[in-house]
Design a protein around this ligand. Structure first.
Ligand code: SF4
Ligand code: SF4
Length: 389
């Protein structure tokens, strides 16, 4: 007998960010799930977590949750409750201006919050790598958490979406420190899942209208997919999105660990996809990041050091593009990224290949280098781990 689906994900099309089209698509997705009111009680205090990155990250680069997408979700939420706060934890308030969020929230009359302004509260954790964590007060105090991730690749974790978006609810300093303490992709994924367990969204709506392929999450290429995914199960949203871009969800560490811990459903056989056919929308040529992340952790223990050296990409500064802004230096947990004169420089001995510098650089001035072994295994990994359903 075929297994019964445990999770439902609405998968709908939206050709671009034209407001009326996005709203229609969202209404369809939510109707397929039984309506927004089934997830967000009338009058509830709602926090909406978007994915913002340091400026300059204009919406058209595919780095952030598009403000037109967020606006359409917020407008629907406003029909149910006036108590809505939207935000993320950002280093510079300019992120809100340049991302189009300041203007959009003013127009809608919704509060826009930089999470650090209201502080963080300690929370004990049970069952994963972390024993405690600090979660944004605004998130803890909300009655309903709505998660609006962007569908993107990630140089360290292969994929970033629903689970990874919640990493932004902890303080920036802790985010950097945890990268330093848990640099291996499979271990860092467990940290992400710990934080996800502490901040579980009631609803996830993923912006896959224009996704990012290649060297994500900030220096890849925008890739129009025309997809919106929605579900109360964030893990299932990630799984369907991963499958749509040709990844086997249970080979992506975040999905694997969240599924194993019962925090959601990552196995496609247990997910009912509503709306469009996943098979019909699957993108066969989606470019994945230059790293063999899924294979890391699946090599025998004695080979771990060797594997780290060869399967994880190495960041390399491209001096011609470097403007000396120092963002990589501030993001580096080990002091490996430094400024020498007006150009960045990386101390190989200190580098743990966490990719924070790559994510922080907005000038595409940190390239990812895989040696011959790395390139060979990456090619093998793509053959072995691709989702062929
Ligand atoms: S590498 Fe990028 S982030 Fe680092 S200083 Fe140069 S431009 Fe800035
Ligand atoms: S140089 Fe980059 S990859 Fe290396 S430790 Fe620093 S932030 Fe991480």
């Amino acid at each position: 007998m075929a297994p019964q689906p445990k999770a439902r994900v609405a998968l709908v099309r939206a050709q671009d960010y034209e407001p009326a089209g996005v709203r229609r698509a969202l209404e369809r997705a939510l109707a397929l799930l039984g309506g927004l009111e089934g997830v967000v009680p009338r009058g509830a205090k709602v926090f909406v977590k978007v994915n913002l990155l340091p400026p300059p990250s204009p919406p058209e680069r595919g780095i952030i949750t598009h403000p037109a997408f967020a606006e359409a979700v917020l407008a629907l939420l406003k029909e149910l409750t006036p108590h809505i706060v939207v935000g993320d934890d950002v280093h510079e308030a300019r992120s809100f201006e340049l991302g189009g969020y300041r203007e959009m929230c003013r127009r809608l009359g919704v509060e826009l919050l930089n999470l650090r302004e209201r502080g963080f509260v300690e929370m004990a954790l049970d069952g994963g790598v972390l024993k405690k964590v600090y979660i944004a007060r605004a998130v803890r105090e909300a009655e309903v958490l709505v998660n609006l991730p962007k569908l993107k690749t990630h140089a360290l974790t292969t994929f970033t979406g629903a689970i990874k978006n919640l990493y932004g609810v902890i303080p920036a300093g802790l985010r950097t420190a945890l990268h330093g303490e848990h640099p291996a992709p499979q271990e860092f994924a467990q940290v992400l899942v710990d934080i996800f367990a502490a901040a579980r969204p009631a609803l996830t709506v993923m912006d896959g209208i224009v996704a990012m392929e290649g060297a994500g999450p900030a220096n890849g290429t925008p890739r129009p997919l025309g997809l919106i995914l929605a579900s109360p199960d964030a893990v299932a949203v990630d799984a369907v999105a991963q499958s749509a871009i040709g990844l086997d969800p249970l080979r992506v560490w975040t999905t694997y660990h969240a599924h194993r811990r019962g925090l959601g459903v990552g196995d496609l056989r247990e997910i009912e996809v509503l709306g469009e056919s996943l098979e019909g929308l699957r993108v066969r040529d989606f470019r994945l990041p230059p790293a063999a992340g899924e294979m890391m952790g699946r090599v025998p223990a004695p080979l771990t050091r060797w594997a780290t050296r060869h399967l994880q990409a190495q960041p390399v500064v491209v001096p011609a593009r470097c403007v000396g802004c120092g963002a990589c230096v501030r993001a580096c947990p080990t002091g490996a990224a430094q400024l020498r004169g007006k150009k960045a420089w990386i101390d190989r001995k200190k580098c743990i290949r966490c990719m924070c510098c790559h994510e922080a650089c907005r000038y595409d001035a940190i390239a990812l280098h895989l040696d011959l072994w790395g390139r060979f295994f990456r090619a093998a990994e793509r053959v072995v781990y691709r989702d062929r359903r």
